[in-house]
Design a protein around this ligand. Sequence first.
Ligand code: PAF
Length: 281
Amino acid sequence: MIVVSSKNELRQQIKEWKQAGETIAFVPTMGNLHSGHISLVTEAKKHATKVVVSIFVNPMQFNNPDDLTNYPRTLEEDSKQLISEGVDMLFTPTPEIMYPKGLDAQTFIEVPGISDVFCGASRPGHFRGVATIVNKLFNLVTPDVACFGSKDYQQLQVIRLMVEDLSLDIKIIGCDTVRTEQGLAKSSRNGYLTPQELEVAPLLYQTMKQLARDVSGGMAIDKAVSNATLTMNESLFTTDYFHVQRADDLSQPTDNDSELVILAAAQLGFARLIDNLVFTR
Ligand code: PAF
């Protein structure tokens, strides 16, 4: 696996590959890789002849400095995993490389509307940071396809909208969430959970499934959401939100909309867990 940190080295290698007729699949990450990330690499391999992964803990998408400082950085273990998965190139830039003028002087990408609700409301500026770094990485890697996890459903829709609005010629592939046997979505943030919290954590997915059953069975969304919130708050969780939205643009569903998504966020100890469930009613 080729490992590069500089933009020029990355561009040079990509240019050589493209001249040789290779196609590029890209998996952007913030590292601390788990089986969810590996499933993105596996999917990426199906769509191109070369797979590029980036590891960059993007300061622009953190609105809490402690969260940024404490974000797990495990580059050595991550590299080993990527080598054994047959990744062709790993891009590991520093903040100085990605933001040479500093964050405040950086041109940014803002996807309006969708960036300000749900996770965007709880974490102001988060999706601006995500859209900006993903766009910068796309401009450097110039991939044919890029793979993202569906666990961060709102992020995936923000990226899809950005690609559409800016006419980027990149196919975005949303990959299924990888879960533990008990249903907990794999996430770097699970590392913050104590053994007791890890036992409780699958309740989030179970509660979402019940919420989906209730709404599909005809229960009013408000009532089903308040039941779900109650179930969660009787445990160690503190619910941030459950929202039932239209699956495509996350807008408010009408009675006629059948493709829906549950978006959920809840605090468990030090970890803020997010998850989602797409369903048809
Ligand atoms: O999902 C992530 O890990 C990050 O938000 C991403 C897409 C790599 C951008 O920093």
